[in-house]
Design a protein around this ligand. Structure first.
Ligand code: UDX
Length: 492
C-alpha cells in the first residue's frame, strides 16, 4: 500500500479567480505541471468552463494528459449575464465579481473539497491546493482538510509588494491622499521611493475609488494569503529581484517561476521528442471567439510596421475615450491591429454610427479590427512593431517575451504600477496613464515606432533575452520551478 502511494504522482487542485487574465496563467501552470507528470484538477466556474470548451482549444491541449481533469463550481450568474456588458463601469464589474465569489462560489468550492468526490479518484486524493491569491477562502478549506496550500498571485511582484506595504503607507501618512497629490512621490514603499507617485499606486488606492469595495477586498486577500503554506508569482529574478527579496520577509516560501508563457514553451519543446503526438502551438484559453483573420492581414504587412492595440479582458472605455484613441491611431499614420471586445464600450446602441466616416475610411486603409485575437501569436508576428496596451500583467509579460515595446494606458488594479515599471524601471515603453487625448495617443505611438524606437528596442531585446534565459535549464525561474515541484512532491 505504501509502495503504491509513492508510485502515484501528487494530485494538485488549481483554482483560478474566474476572469480571463487569471485563467490564462493558471492553465499555463496546469499544463506545465502535467508535463512534469503531476496529476491536476482544474476548477472553473460553470459559465467560464462552457465558454472555454466552446471557444478555446483546451480539450486538445490537455487530452494527452490522462492525469488532468476539470471540475466546476457555480458563479451565480444566469446564461445572459456572463459577459461584462450591462455594467456601468469596470468598477461595477469587479464589485459584482467579488460579491458573487463570496456568496456563491465560496460555499460550492468548500462542498466540492469536503465531499467524497476525490475519495475514489484513480489519481488519489488532492494532496496540494494552488489557489488564486484573490480566492483566499480556498486556503481555509485546505487548512480544514490539512492539505498544504500555495497562493498564486497572478499580478506582478511590484504590485503585490505595494499591496503588502499598505499598512506602512497608512502609518507613514502616504495614504489616504488627495486628488491634488497625484504627482507626489510615495516614500514608504521600499525599493520604489524614487519613482513611485501616488498616481502609480493600484487604482483602488485612489481617493476617487474611496467607496469602492476593491481596496477592502485586496487588503483582506493580501492578509489572508499569509496563511498559505507557500506562494508563487509569475515573474523572474532579472526584472524583480529586489522586490522578491523584500517579499520574502512576508512570504518565506516564495517561488518566482515566470514568465509562465516562456516556461511553458520551453517545457513543450523539451518534451516534443518524448511526446510525438501533435503538440498544440497555441496556449489559447480564450473566453471570447478568436478571429484569426488578423493573422492573414498581418502576413501582408511590412516587418515591424504594425501597432497591436488591445486592452485585455475587463477594461471598459467611454465613447469619448474610444473616439480619442481612434483619432490618435489614425493620425499617427501607422498601421494598427485593434482588438475591440464586443463588451468593452460603455455606449448606447447606435453610438458607432455617430463616428465620422473619415475614421472608418482611414481604418480601411491601414487598420484592422477584430473582437478578439490570438494575442501571443500576434505579438510574435514579424509585422508587429509595438503594443498599445492596458498593462495587464499577462499582456506585459507576453510583450516582454516577444521583445515588443509598449505604450501603456492602464485602467485598474495592478496595471497602474506595471505601467510605471515599464516606463521608469525596465524602460521598455511609455506610460500614458490618466491621459486619453488624441494628440497624446498620436505622439506616443509615433515615438514608439519612430524617434524613441532604438532606445526602447535596446531594453526590450535585453529583457526578452533575460526572460528566455530565466526559463532555460540553468535559469532562475527553472530552478525555482524545480524547487516548487519538490515542495509539491513532499506535500503528499
Ligand atoms: C486581469 C487584470 O486586468 C490584469 O491587470 C491582471 O494582471 C490579470 O487579470 P486582463 O485585464 O484581462 O487581466 O489583462 P491581462 O493580464 O493582460 O490578460 C489578458 C489575457 O488575454 C492575455 O493573456 C492575452 O494574451 C489574452 N488576450 C487578450 C487574447 O488572447 N486575445 C485578445 O484579443 C486580448
Amino acid at each position: 500500500m505504501a509502495e503504491s502511494k509513492s508510485l502515484t504522482p501528487p494530485h494538485v487542485l488549481i483554482f483560478p479567480f474566474p476572469i480571463q487574465g487569471h485563467i490564462n496563467s493558471m492553465l499555463k501552470l496546469a499544463e506545465i505541471l502535467c508535463i512534469s507528470g503531476i496529476n491536476v484538477t482544474f476548477v472553473n466556474t460553470q459559465q467560464n468552463h462552457s465558454r472555454l470548451l466552446t471557444l478555446g482549444n483546451v480539450q486538445s491541449r490537455f487530452s494527452r494528459f490522462p492525469g488532468f481533469g476539470f471540475e466546476t463550481v457555480p458563479d451565480g450568474l444566469s446564461d445572459d449575464q456572463h459577459h461584462s456588458s450591462g455594467f456601468t463601469s469596470h468598477q461595477d464589474f469587479v464589485k459584482d465579481g467579488i460579491h458573487r465569489m463570496h456568496n456563491v462560489t465560496r460555499p460550492a468550492f468548500r462542498e466540492l473539497l469536503i465531499s467524497d468526490r476525490f475519495k475514489l479518484d484513480a489519481r488519489g486524493q488532492v494532496s496540494c491546493i494552488i489557489t488564486d491569491g484573490m480566492s483566499g477562502f480556498a486556503i481555509d478549506v485546505a487548512q480544514e482538510l490539512e492539505i498544504p496550500s500555495i497562493s498564486f498571485r497572478t499580478v506582478s511582484a511590484c504590485c503585490i509588494w505595494v499591496y503588502l506595504c499598505f499598512p506602512k503607507l497608512v502609518e507613514n501618512g502616504d495614504m489616504p491622499f488627495k486628488v491634488e497629490d497625484m504627482d507626489r512621490l510615495v516614500r514608504s514603499v521600499p525599493e520604489m521611493g524614487s519613482f513611485l507617485r501616488c498616481r502609480d499606486l493600484p487604482s483602488f488606492f485612489r481617493p476617487t475609488e474611496a467607496n469602492h469595495p476593491g481596496l477592502d477586498f485586496i487588503n483582506r486577500e493580501t492578509s489572508h494569503s499569509m496563511r498559505a503554506t507557500a506562494h508563487m508569482v509569475n515573474t523572474f529574478d532579472d526584472i524583480e529581484a529586489p522586490i522578491l527579496a523584500q517579499m520574502r520577509s512576508y512570504w518565506p516560501n516564495l517561488y518566482a517561476i515566470g514568465p509562465l508563457n516562456a516556461l511553458l514553451n520551453a517545457m513543450r519543446s523539451s518534451t516534443t521528442t518524448k511526446v510525438s503526438s501533435s503538440l498544440p502551438v497555441s496556449s489559447n484559453a480564450s473566453l471570447y471567439a478568436e478571429d484569426r483573420s488578423c493573422m492573414t492581414w498581418l502576413d501582408k504587412q511590412p516587418e515591424k510596421s504594425v501597432v497591436y492595440v488591445s486592452f485585455g479582458s475587463i477594461a471598459m472605455v467611454t465613447p469619448e475615450q474610444w473616439v480619442e484613441i481612434w483619432y490618435g491611431l489614425v493620425n499617427s499614420s501607422h498601421r494598427f491591429l485593434w482588438v475591440r471586445r464586443p463588451d468593452w464600450i460603455l455606449a448606447k446602441d447606435g453610438q458607432e454610427s455617430q463616428i465620422q466616416a473619415e475614421l472608418v475610411e482611414a481604418t480601411k486603409e491601414r487598420g484592422y479590427m477584430v473582437n478578439w485575437a490570438p494575442q501571443e501569436e500576434v505579438l510574435n508576428h514579424p509585422a508587429v512593431g509595438g503594443f498599445f496596451t492596458h498593462s495587464g500583467w499577462n499582456s506585459t509579460l507576453e510583450s516582454m517575451v516577444a521583445g515588443v515595446p509598449m505604450v501603456c494606458w492602464p485602467h485598474l488594479g495592478d496595471q497602474q504600477v506595471n505601467s510605471r515599471y515599464v516606463s521608469e524601471v525596465w524602460k521598455i515603453g511609455m506610460d500614458m496613464k490618466d491621459d486619453c487625448n488624441r494628440l497624446t495617443v498620436e505622439k506616443l505611438i509615433r515615438e514608439m515606432m519612430g524617434a524613441k524606437r532604438e532606445e526602447l528596442m535596446k531594453s526590450a531585446v535585453k529583457v526578452a533575452e533575460m526572460a528566455r534565459k530565466s526559463v532555460s535549464h540553468d535559469g532562475s525561474s527553472y530552478r525555482n520551478y524545480e524547487a516548487l515541484l519538490e515542495f509539491i512532491r513532499k506535500s503528499r
